[in-house]
Structures are given as structure tokens and as C-alpha cells.
Design a protein around this ligand. Sequence first.
Ligand code: S3P
Length: 179
Amino acid sequence: MTGQTCGRNLVLVGFMGTGKSTQGRCCAARLNYAYCDTDRVIEGRIGCTIPEFFAAQGEAVFRKIEREVIADLAASQGLVIATGGGAVLDPLNVQALRRNGFVVLLTASPRTILRRVGNGRTRPLLADAPDPLARIQEMLAQREPHYRRAAHCRVDTSGRPARAVTDNILSLFEMTQQE
Ligand code: S3P
């Protein structure tokens, strides 16, 4: 599906390192939709990086801004929205994103996530972990019910070419457009 204009947003949720930003850009290009990454919009508002903001203001203030940004973006139409990995922890975010959006959960194995996030310096919730793999496994287990509730469907990204994942997401999205 390319170049169509239609209202429903395509929303990508999932843990850090599951490919939301890469897939968001690819899906937006193929759909001819605008692409928004909630973390980048937040950084534009706060005027610094997310790790800097976590260090200065803490996670709770970050989550409040994340909620405002998601409410704004979710009220728009025809967007591909990539969310931060913790966005679905807030039921208000889930409600807003699902109202006018088809929500796809991207998944990856803990080892794949660890490889993709590298030293975790850009991810404050992983940066101080003595055992990053254990932290990832623990956070995935805690968050799984939230991801499950938020998403209409899930697509695994481990060991798959990016192009195949994009095709997979877009075919699922296309099916919902025909409903
Ligand atoms: C977070 C994930 C990050 C970012 C922030 C918190 C999380 O986004 O929003 O560091 O709680 O999982 P990515 O999933 O894009 O890394």
C-alpha cells in the first residue's frame, strides 16, 4: 500500500531496541504518511536529550510530558507514530493511541534487544544496570501485560530483514483499512 491518504494512524509500540524508529520511518515512507517519534518530539519540547532530562527532572516528569505529546499526536490523522518503550504503561496513552490508531507491538528477543541498545547510554532505564540482560528480561516480564493490552497485533523483529518486517506490518495495517 503506497501513497494513500486515509485517517487511521499506524502506531508502533514495544520495548527499547525492538525497531520502532527504523520501522516507523520505513512504514511512513511506504504509506506516504508523516512520521513522528514521540521521544524526538519530547526532546524538541524539553530542549535536551532524554538521558539528560531523566538525570535532571526524573522519570515522573518525563512521563507527564510523554502523556501530553501522545495526546497531541494521537489527535492527528494519517501519521505513523513510534512511541517510547514505556508509553504503554499509562492507560491514558493506550486509550488515546487506540482511539484513532492501529497499534502494532514490535518484539525482539532479550539478546537481540541488548545487541541493538549497545551500552544503553541513550536509555536511562538500562544505563545503570549491572547486568543489562537481566534488567531487560525483568522489564520485559513486567511490561508484557501492558504491551498485550495496548496492541491490536504483534510482529517479531528478531533476525528478520527490516524489509520483511515492514511488509508484515503494512499488510496487517492494510487489512484493517479494508474492514
Ligand atoms: C523508555 C524508552 C525510551 C525512552 C525513555 C524511556 C522506556 O524510548 O522513551 O528512555 O521506558 O522503555 P525507546 O523505546 O525509543 O528507546
